[in-house]
Design a protein around this ligand. Structure first.
Ligand SMILES: [Zn+2]
Ligand SMILES: [Zn+2]
Length: 347
C-alpha cells in the first residue's frame, strides 16, 4: 500500500511525522496532492487542539487534484483547487437561513486526514459544496489565503459594517490584519488597531490603519482612553475582538460606540464567563455578535478578493517553510511575534 507523510498533532508541543496509507478515493470524491497549507491561529491554540488530538491538523490547504472518484463531473485530475475543510448540505433549515456553520453536515464534514499531509481526500459534500478551482493567475499560496480571508469576510458582514464606519481591531495578527485590509477596501472612515507587538502595529499602518495603539506606548497603558481621545469620545462603530480572552472582550465592549457592534471572532475557553452590563448594552444598543469560521458564500467572495489583488501573499504571508520544517513553522506561528501568516509548502 503506498504511503505518505502526515504531521499528526498529539499536543501543541508534540507533533509527529508519521507514515499513513494514501487514502483511497470513493464515489463523488477526489484525491488532492497538497501543495500549500496555512497554519491557523486556531491550530496553535493549545486547549482547542488538545480536545481534538490526536489529529492531522491543517485546514487551509490548496493543491492539485490527482484522482477523481466515480461520478465526479465538475472536476478532473490536474485541477488546481482551494478546498474548504467543512461544507454544508445547502438544504437544512440552517442552510436555508444562510447559517452554514450551524448545518449538521458542515460540522460533520472534514477533509481526510487533514491539510498537513502529502495527500488528502475531499469527501463528496466538500467537493460539490465548497471546493473552488483556482483561477490561472492565482498561486497555491494565494489559495491558502482563501479560508482565513473568508473568515474575516463573514465577520465583517455579520458586524453590519457600512462604508463610512469607524472600526477598531483588537489583535493584529493575520486575522486582525485581514479585517484592517477588508475594512479599508470596503470604505471605512477610520481604522484603529491595537497589539502589543510593534511589528504588527507597523504592518497595520501599512495595510490601511490610521492608528495602531501599542498598550506599552499609550498613556498608562490605557488603550480605551487613547481610543476615546482619538475618536473625540465617539469610540468605534465596529469593534473586532481578535483574541479569545475575556480581557480582550471586555476591552471591546468598553470601546464600542453607541449603536455599535462588537464581534467576538475567537472562542473563549469552555469554562470562561463574561461579565457585562445589560443596562449599558440596552441603552447604548450595542450588539454582541460572534462569528465562527465561514461558509461557502464567504469562500467565494474571499477568492474574488484574492483574485482581484485586494488580499495578496506579499502583504499577508510572511513566512514559508517546507513540510520537513513544520516544527519550526509551528513555533513561528505560535510565538505570534514578527509574523502574519505562516504557510507550509509541499514539494
Ligand atoms: Zn483558519
Ligand atoms: Zn445544511
Amino acid at each position: 500500500m503506498p504511503t505518505m507523510k502526515v504531521a499528526r498533532l498529539y499536543d501543541s508541543t508534540d507533533i509527529r511525522f508519521e507514515d499513513d496509507p494514501i487514502p483511497t478515493v470513493g464515489p463523488g470524491e477526489a484525491l488532492v496532492k497538497t501543495r500549500t497549507c496555512g497554519i491557523c491561529s486556531g491550530d496553535v491554540m493549545g486547549w482547542y487542539m488538545k480536545k481534538k488530538a490526536p489529529l492531522v491538523f491543517g485546514h487551509e490547504p490548496a493543491g492539485e487534484i490527482v484522482e477523481i472518484g466515480e461520478g465526479v463531473e465538475d472536476f478532473q485530475a490536474g485541477d488546481r483547487v482551494f478546498v474548504h475543510h467543512h461544507a454544508p448540505c445547502f438544504s437544512c433549515r440552517a442552510c436555508q437561513r444562510g447559517e452554514f456553520v450551524q448545518c449538521p453536515t458542515w460540522r460533520a464534514t472534514k477533509i481526510v486526514p487533514g491539510g498537513m499531509a502529502e495527500y488528502f481526500v475531499v469527501p463528496k459534500d466538500n467537493l460539490s459544496g465548497d471546493t473552488l478551482r483556482l483561477p490561472e493567475k492565482m498561486s497555491f499560496a494565494d489559495g491558502s489565503l482563501v479560508e482565513p480571508t473568508a473568515c474575516a469576510v463573514k465577520s465583517l458582514r455579520r458586524s453590519g459594517f457600512q462604508a463610512g464606519d469607524s472600526v477598531f481591531v483588537i489583535g493584529l495578527g493575520i486575522m486582525g490584519q485581514l479585517h484592517v485590509a477588508l475594512a479599508k477596501h470596503a470604505g471605512a472612515r477610520t481604522i484603529i488597531g491595537t497589539d502589543f507587538v510593534p511589528y504588527r502595529c507597523t504592518k497595520a499602518r501599512e495595510l490601511g490603519a490610521d492608528l495602531a495603539l501599542n498598550p506599552y506606548e499609550v498613556k498608562d497603558g490605557n488603550v480605551e482612553d487613547a481610543l476615546r481621545e482619538y475618536t473625540q469620545g465617539e469610540m468605534a462603530e465596529v469593534v473586532i475582538v481578535g483574541p479569545g480572552s475575556i480581557e480582550a472582550m471586555q476591552l471591546g465592549l468598553r470601546c464600542a460606540a453607541k449603536g455599535g457592534t462588537v464581534v467576538l471572532f475567537t472562542a473563549s475557553k469552555p469554562d470562561d464567563t463574561l461579565t457585562l452590563s445589560p443596562n449599558d448594552l440596552y441603552f447604548n444598543e450595542v450588539r454582541l455578535i460572534p462569528s465562527y469560521s465561514c461558509g461557502p458564500n464567504d469562500t467565494r467572495e474571499a477568492l474574488r478578493l484574492v483574485q482581484d489583488g485586494v488580499i495578496t501573499t506579499e502583504k499577508f504571508i510572511t513566512h514559508r517553510f517546507p513540510f520537513e520544517q513544520l516544527h519550526a513553522a509551528y513555533r513561528n506561528a505560535a510565538e505570534a511575534r514578527d509574523s502574519l501568516k505562516t504557510i507550509i509548502e509541499f514539494a
